[in-house]
Design a protein around this ligand. Structure first.
Ligand code: PMV
Length: 323
């Protein structure tokens, strides 16, 4: 056993969202989802054996009351309970550094958990396949199952109760011109976790019944649009899928609204650029007020002029990490 396991995993943005669990303990989703990884934006996680569980996030030791701490420790408890670790009384020091705003709907927990399972794999010399690591990462955070790869990734919902068929895998297609622009309108921690919000949606939204079918259709359309490189179809489908997820939240009781007034004014600005100025610009939004803009590199100058604070990510311009 090496003394420290260290690994990086990219963050990922869902284009067809995962919203709702069929099993809350194993993080088994109702629907399959599709994402794009954010290249070198993500988390580096170091793990070593310790006398207590300790979590350090961006160089700060975090308290046991912190949600991120609770999420990590309940994941470690799951591993301890399932005898995945050599010793049930084994504790860890987990040191995570993320170069994205934590808990601002920019999927930093996805990269954090994916990097953690890769680091544990190294620490214990498990030599698990990426598919097995995806299953393990899913137990920490559903979307983490998609953060083991770069590029487009599909998470199969699966149907088995034990979750062994619920894992992600990469889609072997590249789109070098594709850009994701991060538009951080607020980097405060979200007021309600995605875990809690999606369960409220499943239990109370009168629109939830339509979600599984809609997500299946959107996922198929997205895959086709990537194959044939039809960016308008790709952007329109991703945007509509995000809006449908937020519509479900709005119809939940209590209603959940992650958007703030800046989110809405930026959405209107995107629509104006698209409808009046013919810029092929779309967005997606997760469990937070921030927006991720979708466009092709040829339009970058115009998009940057309209959104000077935008952070450009070119998912296919980085070397795809090979294990
Ligand atoms: O995996 P979680 O619990 O962080 O939930 C992710 C939920 C969304 O980001 C809104 C959608 C997705 O598929 O990533």
């Amino acid at each position: 056993m090496v003394r420290v396991g260290t690994a990086f995993a990219p963050s990922n943005i869902a284009l067809c969202k995962y919203w709702g669990k069929r099993d809350t303990n194993l993080n088994l989703p109702v629907n399959s989802s599709l994402s794009i990884s954010l290249g070198n934006k993500g988390a580096v996680t170091k793990v070593s054996v310790n006398n207590i569980d300790q979590v350090i996030l961006n160089n700060n030791l975090i308290s046991e009351q912190n949600n991120f701490y609770k999420k990590i420790v309940s994941f470690l408890n799951l591993l301890r309970d399932q005898n995945v670790l050599t010793n049930k009384k084994m504790f860890f020091k987990i040191d995570t550094y993320s170069n994205l705003p934590i808990a601002a709907g920019l999927a930093s927990s996805a990269s954090g958990f994916a990097a953690l399972v890769k680091a544990l794999d190294q620490l214990f010399n498990w030599d698990l396949s990426l598919k097995q690591l995806s299953i393990l990462a899913r137990l920490g955070s559903g979307s983490a199952s998609r953060s083991l790869w770069n590029g487009f990734v599909k998470w199969h919902a699966g149907i088995k109760e034990d979750g062994t068929d619920s894992f992600a895998e990469p889609i072997d297609l590249v789109w070098p011109e594709l850009c994701v622009g991060l538009l951080v309108v607020d980097n405060q921690e979200k007021y309600i976790s995605s875990r809690e919000a999606m369960q409220i949606s499943v239990k109370t939204s009168p629109l939830y019944y339509a979600w599984q079918q809609l997500a299946t259709k959107d996922l198929n359309t997205l895959e086709t649009s990537i194959k044939i490189k039809n960016f308008s179809l790709f952007g329109a489908t991703a945007e509509a899928n995000a809006l449908a997820m937020h519509a479900i939240m709005l119809s939940s009781r209590p209603a959940i609204i992650y958007s703030n007034s800046n989110t809405i004014s930026n959405i209107k600005k995107i629509w104006k650029l698209r409808h009046h100025d013919n810029i092929n610009l779309y967005f997606t939004q997760d469990a937070g007020p921030n927006l991720k803009l979708l466009f092709l590199y040829k339009d970058f100058a115009i998009v940057k002029e309209a959104f000077p604070e935008l952070e450009l990510i070119r998912p296919f311009a980085v070397e795809v990490e090979k294990r």
